[in-house]
Design a protein around this ligand. Structure first.
Ligand SMILES: NC(=O)c1ccc[n+]([C@@H]2O[C@H](COP(=O)([O-])OP(=O)(O)OC[C@H]3O[C@@H](n4cnc5c(N)ncnc54)[C@H](O)[C@@H]3O)[C@@H](O)[C@H]2O)c1
Length: 255
């Protein structure tokens, strides 16, 4: 393959979860702008539909499937709907929907613990399981891009459930990569640093002010900062990359 075509994703079919806003939306947009047909999934029905309508008006092939990915039955229904829209083919899966809940560990409510695990970890594994059954039947295989975090490597403050799930997703990425590398499926993870999205809106201003000077790039990341890494991981450019955890963090992890 010519080097100029290594990053070509035109014509690929993809599912991105959590696509109504934030980083998932940015990642879906990278695929749409480069000619992919993308199903965006989210629990925020109206917002998701309006985002997809906006993309279709721009000439992109964006489709909305809404529902609650924390619910196994709903997840299966959503996957079936998406696969029908994509004509039975799936080349790229980005299970990026996530939630964060902040409490001191001794006060962390059990129902919120279960909720965070259901969204951030269980949805990731069970949608990958559905995707693998499709991708393994395709001669072209597939690409799966998980989303870790800086808390893949170190502890967060008042986010024990979130930290546990992001550590688990990173190890899941490695484990699944071992099982799938020889079967034409690449599974890797992007680990974003501090990104300016609604997820971080609940951080105190004092904590935000303390964080910014610790980012060597001198600024927080944005959804657009994930576009390049997504194209790399969704295309042939990453065909020999398996189980990698790629920090996209403005150098935060190095300091
Ligand atoms: N923002 C950051 O600093 C940061 C850093 C590292 C990793 N991440 C990860 O990136 C991913 C996206 O985060 P974000 O910052 O864009 O957050 P966000 O809160 O802006 O977006 C998350 C999206 O997921 C959707 N979602 C949540 N629960 C769902 C469910 N049960 N079913 C369907 N959809 C659901 C939400 O509706 C929302 O649209 C998450 O996995 C997050 O953990 C974010």
């Amino acid at each position: 393959m010519a080097t100029s075509q290594l990053f070509d994703v035109a014509g690929k079919r993809a599912i991105v979860t959590g696509g109504a806003q934030g980083l998932s939306r940015g990642m879906a947009e990278a695929l749409l702008e480069n000619g992919c047909k993308v199903v965006l999934m989210d629990v925020q029905r109206e917002k998701l539909e309006s985002v997809c309508r906006e993309y279709r008006e721009m000439g992109y092939e964006a489709h909305a499937v809404s529902g609650n990915l924390a619910d196994r039955q709903d997840l299966n229904r959503m996957f079936d709907e998406a696969l029908e829209i994509l004509g039975g083919r799936l080349d790229v899966l980005i299970p990026a929907a996530g939630v964060q809940r902040r409490h001191l560990p001794e006060e962390f409510p059990a129902d919120e613990w279960d909720f965070v695990l259901n969204v951030n970890l269980n949805h990731v594994f069970f949608i990958i399981q559905r995707a693998l059954k499709v991708m393994l039947q395709q001669p072209t295989g597939g690409k799966i891009i998980n989303i870790g975090s800086m808390v893949t490597w170190f502890g967060g403050t008042t986010v024990p459930a979130y930290t546990a799930t992001k550590g688990a997703v990173s190890q899941l990425t490695r484990s699944l990569a071992v099982d799938c590398a020889g079967r034409n499926i690449n599974i890797n993870a992007i680990c974003p640093g501090y990104m300016d999205t609604e997820m971080c809106a609940n951080m105190s201003q004092a904590r935000k002010d303390e964080t910014t000077p610790r980012i060597p790039a001198g600024r927080w990341g944005t959804p657009a900062d994930l576009k390049g890494p997504v194209l790399f991981l969704a295309s042939s450019a990453s065909d020999y990359l398996n189980g990698a955890l790629i920090p996209v963090d403005g150098g935060y992890l190095c300091k």
